[in-house]
Design a protein around this ligand. Sequence first.
Ligand code: NAP
Length: 296
Amino acid sequence: MSERVGFIGLGIMGRGMAHNLLKAGFAVTVWNRTAARMDALLQAGATAASSPADLARRCDVIFTCVSDTPDVEAVVLGEDGVLAGAQAGALVVDMSTISPEATRALAAKLAERGVYFLDAPVSGGSEGAARGTLSIMVGGEAEQVARAMPYFQAMGKTITHVGKVGDGQAVKLVNQILVVVTMLGVSEALLFAQASGLDLEKTLQAVAGGAAGSWMLSNRGTQAIARDFRPGFTIDLQQKDLRLVLEAADQRGVPAIATSLVFNLYRTLQQAGLGHEGNHALIKALERLAGITVGG
Ligand code: NAP
C-alpha cells in the first residue's frame, strides 16, 4: 500500500508540485496558510487539512515548500506544526530554499522524536514545478531518499542525492550563484544588443543554441525583451537566497564578489518598490545606470 502524502505550502511552486503528485495517482492531503489557495487542489482531488499538525496526523510523508527559514521552522516546529502531529517513522521532506545550518538543526529536532528528514530544494522555476521537470537536490539518508523517490519522480526530472542532511540546501545555493550571475550576464548582453540597434529576438535566437545558451537566457531573457516582468521567482525571494549565499560564504571565508554585486543591484530595485517583480527585472537596474530601455 502506498504511503499517505501531505503537502504544505501551495505558492507559485508548491501548487504545481502538489498537482503533479495528484496526477501521478497519489492520495494527497494539503494545507496552506491562506486557505483559499487550496481550492484548485481540492477540485483536483486533494483533501484539506486544518493545520500542519492535522496534516501530519493523517500522513506518512510530508512535503513543505514555504518561503524562508523561519517559515519552515514555524510550519514544522510551531504550535500546531508538523511535529505536533507526526508519528514516529514519518518522513518530512523540505523543498523550500533555506539555510543549510538551520536545516541540520531542524533535522536533529525531528530525529529526537523518531521523525526522518530530507532537504530537497528545487530548481527549474514555476514552469518546472507545473510541468514536473524540476531539478531536485537531495540531502539525507539513502534509505529515506529511496522512500521519497516515487514522489520526487512525479515532481522532477533530475533527482540527485548529493550528500547528507543540509547538503541539498548547500547545492541549491551553488545553483543560485549560477542563476543570478547568469542573469547579470544576460542583462548586460541585452543592454549591449539594444545599444547596438540589433533585433533582440533574432539576437537571442542566434546565441541561445551556442556556448552562451542557458535556461535563464532562453526563458527569462525572452521575457525581459517582451518587458514581461511577472514573477516566476520574485526579487524579494531571490534576495532571501542571496542573503543565504552571502552568509554561508562569510562563514566559509570564501569571496562572493559577483553575488554581492547582484545582491546590491536587486537592493536598488527593492528600494524602488519592485521587489514583487520577477528576478529577470535585474535588467532594470542596469537600464537605470545606462539610461537605456531594452525591448518593448
Ligand atoms: P510563494 O509563491 O511566495 O509561496 C510561498 C508559500 O509559503 C505560500 O504557500 C505561503 O502561504 C507559504 N508561507 C510563507 N510563510 C509561511 C508561514 N510563516 N507559515 C505558513 N505558510 C507560509 O513562493 P514560491 O515561489 O512558491 O517559493 C517557495 C519556496 O520555493 C521558497 O523557499 C523559494 O525560494 C523556493 N523556490 C522557488 C522557485 C521559483 O521559481 N518560484 C524556484 C525554486 C525554489 P500563503 O499562501 O498563505 O502566503
